[in-house]
Every structure is written in structure tokens, then in C-alpha cells.
Write a new protein. Structure first.
Length: 137
């Protein structure tokens, strides 16, 4: 019985030490997970662009219901603007659109993009930039 209690105490002490190590690793700047590679961001961005219904209004290189991805990225690059800030709802649109298109986009930001993470928004922006670069080669 004493041996059993002794083993339990050792297991508890070991688990406490491993918890401290994990805590110390995160406090010392050791990342808890790795960042996505460029290719992974493009893949994720492409998937989210479709899943979040962006593709419904925005074609890649031609105007559909709304400006194309190529047109949007051209304006954002030309103005050195941040598309992620717009997608978060933190900045006004800078692409020339109609008031009704802006209203639809605002509804989409408030609906589809409300609970998306910063990493996912960055992936969408990376995908859009990648598409623009491919179309301008």
C-alpha cells in the first residue's frame, strides 16, 4: 500500500513539473504552433474565399456582381492599403463601387466574416494577392 501511495505522489510531482515546462516554454517565446507556409495560406485563402461566398460576387479577373479580385488588389496595391483592415470592417472601401454593392459587402462582413480569425483573413488576403500576381504575369 505504501508503495502504491509513493508511486502516486511521484506521478503527481512529475505531472506538475511537465506543466511548468509547458508554461515556461510559452512564456519564453517558444511558439505553441507554427505559422502557415505561403502555400498553405494560399490554399486556405482559396478555400475560405469559396466557403465564405466571396466567389459569389467576385470573379478572379472579370467583373461579376462586384469588382474582380484582380481589380480590387490593383487598387489596394496602388494605394498601399490594407485589405485585411477592410475585411475586418475597420476601414472604408477604396474600390470604386456603387452604394448598393458597398451595402452588400458590409452585410457580408458583418455576417460571413464576423467570426473569422486574423490568420484566416490574412490567408484570404494572401490568396487574393497571389491570384492578382498570377494574372499580371
Amino acid at each position: 500500500m505504501r508503495l502504491f501511495i509513493f508511486l502516486i505522489v511521484i506521478l503527481i510531482l512529475n505531472s506538475c513539473n511537465s506543466d511548468k515546462k509547458l508554461k515556461n516554454d510559452s512564456e519564453n517565446g517558444v511558439p505553441e504552433r507554427t505559422e502557415l507556409s505561403q502555400d498553405s495560406k494560399i490554399f486556405l485563402g482559396n478555400r475560405l474565399f469559396s466557403e465564405k461566398t466571396c466567389i459569389t460576387c467576385h470573379a478572379i479577373d472579370s467583373k461579376k456582381t462586384a469588382p474582380s479580385v484582380v481589380d480590387i488588389m490593383h487598387v489596394y496595391k496602388e494605394n498601399n492599403a490594407d485589405i485585411v483592415s477592410f475585411l475586418k470592417g475597420n476601414s472604408k472601401p477604396i474600390v470604386d463601387t456603387t452604394a448598393s454593392q458597398v451595402a452588400i459587402m458590409q452585410a457580408n462582413i458583418d455576417g460571413f466574416l464576423k467570426e473569422i480569425t486574423d490568420e484566416e483573413l490574412d490567408a484570404i488576403a494572401t490568396y487574393m494577392l497571389h491570384v492578382d500576381e498570377l494574372n499580371n504575369k
